[in-house]
Design a protein around this ligand. Structure first.
Ligand code: PBG
Length: 330
């Protein structure tokens, strides 16, 4: 030990509460548990299909029979929910496959609910996997048209509710869709189906790997006329206010890590459950760096998820759900 130059007379020594794991456990302010995770999954046609997604190592497009196996695994891991996206090859201008009651997602939902009734089955509501131009809404004269799109979204939500979906999750960012979907569901006897609204969804570069997974990247233009400008937070609060007024049960902020300030402010301002989407780009970055040996993938995953909870998210949609739940179980 070098000779001490001076004696420190400290009253406050915060390190006392970091000395051992037992002490750290006592003063821990945030916990991460599998019960607040939602696993997003990609469903495709076929039988026994498990197709690896290049842009998202460790994730797969699965057929309905495989989806059921996954559902059981999720419940075993303590994960209460899935959020389903359809991989659709029958794309057209009007997204007709999006609301086909015998389409892929309705079939997936009813099979999954039959096999795993306890699982909260959520479905994505947006047109991009079903349109040949890749936009979330209908396009007329190079514009994404709002009100006509909302009608299609309502039909889509209804077809999922009829199949047994517990929650529908509109991710399209059209104006007025939460209220219209609520009205449609209620008018058809689906008052019990909840709406998880992608409320503050930013026009983000972090969706790239997801668009690779669904071959849903827009052919022309970007999504900036409907998704939010990353520069704005006041506007996010306005979107949340509107969605709550229209009947959203849960509001979502997306992506998560670059927008923790938005999550924190939403938590402070509003009294509703808040979801955050730890999106494909956030997942892919950690996976890629870990593959190169530049980062400890497991630790970076747990730290990211914990931070999203600390910021104020009650629930997290994450491709890490299974890995995180397995680690938490030990
Ligand atoms: C589209 C949708 C997207 C995501 C969820 N729903 C992509 C987009 O808006 O282009 C992204 C999810 C992710 O990146 O993990 N309605």
């Amino acid at each position: 030990m070098p000779k001490q130059l001076f004696k420190m007379d400290l009253i406050h020594r915060p390190r006392r509460l970091r000395r051992t794991e037992a002490v750290r456990s006592l003063v821990r302010e945030t916990v991460l548990d599998a019960g607040s995770l939602i696993y997003p999954m990609f469903v495709m046609e076929g039988d026994g299909v498990r197709e690896p997604i290049d842009t998202m190592p460790g994730q797969f497009r699965v057929s309905v029979d495989e989806l059921i196996k996954e559902g059981r695994e999720l419940l075993d891991l303590g994960i209460p929910a899935v959020n389903l996206f359809g991989y659709c090859e029958k794309k057209d201008d009007l997204a007709t496959e999006a609301y086909n009651p015998k389409g892929l997602i309705p079939r997936a939902v009813s099979a999954l609910k039959l096999a795993c009734p306890e699982l909260c089955v959520q479905t994505d509501i947006a047109l991009d996997p079903y349109t040949n131009h890749g936009h979330d809404g209908l396009v007329l004269n190079c514009e994404i048209i709002n009100d006509e799109t909302v009608e299609v979204l309502c039909k889509m939500a209804l077809s999922h509710a009829e199949a047994g979906a517990d929650w529908v999750a509109p991710s399209d960012m059209m104006d007025g869709r939460v209220g219209a979907i609520r009205e449609t569901l209620d008018a058809n006897g689906f008052e019990h189906v909840a709406i998880l609204a992608y409320t503050a969804k930013y026009a983000s570069a972090f969706y790239g790997p997801f668009r690779g997974a669904l071959k849903s990247a827009p052919k022309k233009g970007d999504k900036k006329t409907y998704q939010m400008d990353p520069a704005n937070i006041r506007e996010a609060m306005k979107e949340i206010q509107i969605d709550i007024e229209e009947g959203a049960d849960v509001v979502m902020i997306k992506p998560a890590l670059p927008y923790l300030d938005v999550i924190a402010l939403a938590k402070q301002e509003f009294d509703v459950p808040i979801a955050a989407y730890n999106v494909s780009g956030e997942y892919a970055m950690i996976k890629a760096a870990a593959e190169k040996g530049w980062i400890d993938g497991d630790k970076a995953m747990m730290e990211s998820l914990l931070s999203i909870r600390r910021a104020g998210a009650d629930m997290i949609l994450t491709y890490f759900a299974k890995d995180a739940a397995a680690l938490l179980r030990g």
